[in-house]
Design a protein around this ligand. Structure first.
Ligand code: 9D3
Length: 260
């Protein structure tokens, strides 16, 4: 029995809507990671750190304009309380102005012991808070959300599944769509015939080397079809180049930006 060991990764979330996180944390892999202490997630209500009677966390923008801005004092008070006496952690603001979050970022964060995720709302946070307290600003994609909470959930989910012991099989996290830069091949399960449509014969053949080659080529074809720009950062082995040549895919793959 293990009496002590490395404590799991710690996530602190600063938000005015802590209740939004419950369902995401209470099911599936995140629930299991929490139960096994592979992660801990602490939710902090920014409103608890407001000092006025109405517990105000936003105010009108100086200079005029649409919407509201998150006041700096409740955010700073909340963050100081969260950081008090413990390892400071990487402070990340979820915001549409941030750099784009991707799998490489997820892998970087999975190597840290503590992330502090601040969820913006309204039109954003006061610039002085951002400058003095925020290490990194992150967007999860080019679309408009109502706030940073879904972004924080995306970060927690994508980082957690990379942590040792979280997924059943150690390499199922890495041997994955984005770690290689190729899209995953299509998947099939029983029944063998569904509404008249069959599973590709080769997958039933038991010839594992042939199946591996087939799946690799399917991955390349899917990537060419759906996300050709991804190919620019894929490194193929000498054997894979040979296979691509044999299948007449060489020119298309080179055109998409893959280089030997
Ligand atoms: C009119 C200018 N808008 C910026 C595009 C204002 C604005 C819209 C939405 C300001 C904040 C928000 C709330 N969004 C987030 O907090 C957010 C977000 C997003 O909207 N898209 C992608 N990633 C993220 S992370 C946080």
């Amino acid at each position: 029995m293990r009496l002590s060991g490395p404590p799991g990764m710690r996530f602190d979330v600063l938000t005015i809507f802590p209740d939004l996180f419950a369902s995401v944390l209470q099911e599936g892999i995140l629930r299991r990671a929490l139960a096994r202490d592979l992660i801990s997630v602490k939710l902090h209500d920014i409103r608890d750190h407001a000092t006025d009677r109405h517990r105000t966390t936003d105010d009108r923008p100086y200079g005029g304009g649409e919407g509201m801005v998150m006041k700096p004092e409740p955010l700073a008070a909340c963050l100081r309380a969260v950081q008090a006496g413990e390892s400071p952690g990487r402070v990340i603001l979820l915001s549409p102005r941030g750099g784009r979050y991707d799998q490489q970022k997820a892998e970087e964060y999975a190597r840290l012991s503590r992330l502090i995720l601040i969820c913006g709302r309204y039109e954003g946070v006061d610039e002085r808070f951002r400058r003095h307290y925020v290490d990194e600003e992150l967007s999860i994609g080019d679309y408009i959300l109502t706030g940073g909470e879904l972004g924080a959930m995306v970060v927690i989910d994508s980082v957690t599944r990379l942590l040792p012991g979280v997924l059943g099989c150690t390499d199922s996290a890495r041997n994955d769509t984005f770690s290689r830069g190729l899209l995953k091949h299509a998947q099939y399960t029983r029944p063998r015939v569904f509404e008249g449509s069959e599973v590709p014969e080769i997958l039933l053949s038991g010839d594992h080397a042939a199946i591996r080659r087939y799946r690799f080529l399917e991955s390349v074809r899917e990537t060419l079809e759906r996300r050709p720009a991804l190919l620019a950062s894929v490194r193929f082995t000498a054997e894979e180049w040979k296979l691509l040549a044999r299948e007449g895919l060489l020119e298309r793959v080179r055109l998409a930006g893959a280089t030997p």
